[in-house]
Write a protein that binds this ligand. Structure first.
Ligand SMILES: [Zn+2]
Length: 256
């Protein structure tokens, strides 16, 4: 992108200032964070993507005060939205998917858990405001940006293989409904080219503002988190996206 005003440099923490050089330490104030959020939107726009901001998709306000991020994002966690999400939607449908995802997450959290979402048509949505820590890896969200792909990328049986087969009988009983749903053949989808292009642009943009080191699927991060639980997310096909993005951006696999 020849018309970028921002010269990508690697700094230890996120910074909103264009042409910021590594090595200069500047305190990142709360206002700078607002500027960074805005600068991310501007750079996406220059790349041809209009970030669908929370106000544009009708996000509800958080239920309670969110925890400000330490502004130390180093990892990108890829999720899929799961079973009841499909690519067969237009832009309005994708907005409904965002509302549904927020509604679901707000049963347990104060807001939608991820920071960004990418639809099959290649729209990029703002989910939780990036100034706040996400809720997308159980017990371990520090320094992690969450991006969700708005469809199901898992095959039938993956929740059993990745998650329930490791659990106690009691946990299996509690998950009966979930296991039942997983066992029934359901349609999975493949990420679309428009979606992969949008995701690539989003990661490239985030990499300009944060010193990203690793990228992985939710299942990889959850295994490393306290409790070492399994997760199907982001599914077999989502993990193919993970492998592709890691190599495209030279990012490491998650590690402790
Ligand atoms: Zn997930």
């Amino acid at each position: 992108m020849s018309d970028y005003q921002y010269t990508p440099e690697h700094w230890s923490q996120g910074d909103p200032v264009a042409n910021y050089k590594a090595g200069q330490i500047v305190a990142v104030t709360v206002n700078d964070r607002a500027a960074t959020r805005q600068a991310i939107i501007t750079v996406l726009k220059k790349s041809g993507y209009t970030l669908v901001e929370r106000s544009s998709w009708g996000a509800k306000p958080p239920r309670d005060t969110l925890t400000p991020s330490n502004w130390d994002y180093s990892d990108v966690v890829i999720h899929h939205a799961g079973h009841s999400y499909s690519c067969a939607v237009n832009e309005q449908g994708a907005i409904e998917q965002m509302k549904k995802a927020q509604e679901y997450d707000m049963h347990g959290f104060y807001d939608i858990g991820y920071h960004y979402a990418v639809s099959c048509n290649g729209e990029i949505f703002e989910a939780r405001d990036v100034r706040f820590v996400g809720s997308h890896v159980m017990g371990d969200n520090t320094g992690k940006l969450g991006i969700v792909l708005l469809e199901n990328l898992a095959e039938a049986g993956e929740a059993w293989q990745q998650e329930y087969s490791r659990k106690s009988l009691w946990e299996k009983l509690k998950g009966t409904l979930d296991i039942g749903r997983d066992a029934v053949a359901f349609d999975h989808e493949m990420p679309t080219k428009a979606q992969l292009d949008a995701l690539t642009t989003l990661i490239k943009t985030l990499k300009e503002f944060f010193n990203l080191k690793a990228l992985g699927g939710h299942r990889e991060y959850q295994l490393l988190a306290p409790g070492h639980e399994g997760r199907a997310c982001p599914g077999k096909y989502g993990m193919q996206v993970v492998t592709q993005m890691r190599s495209a951006f030279g990012l490491a696999a998650p590690s402790k």
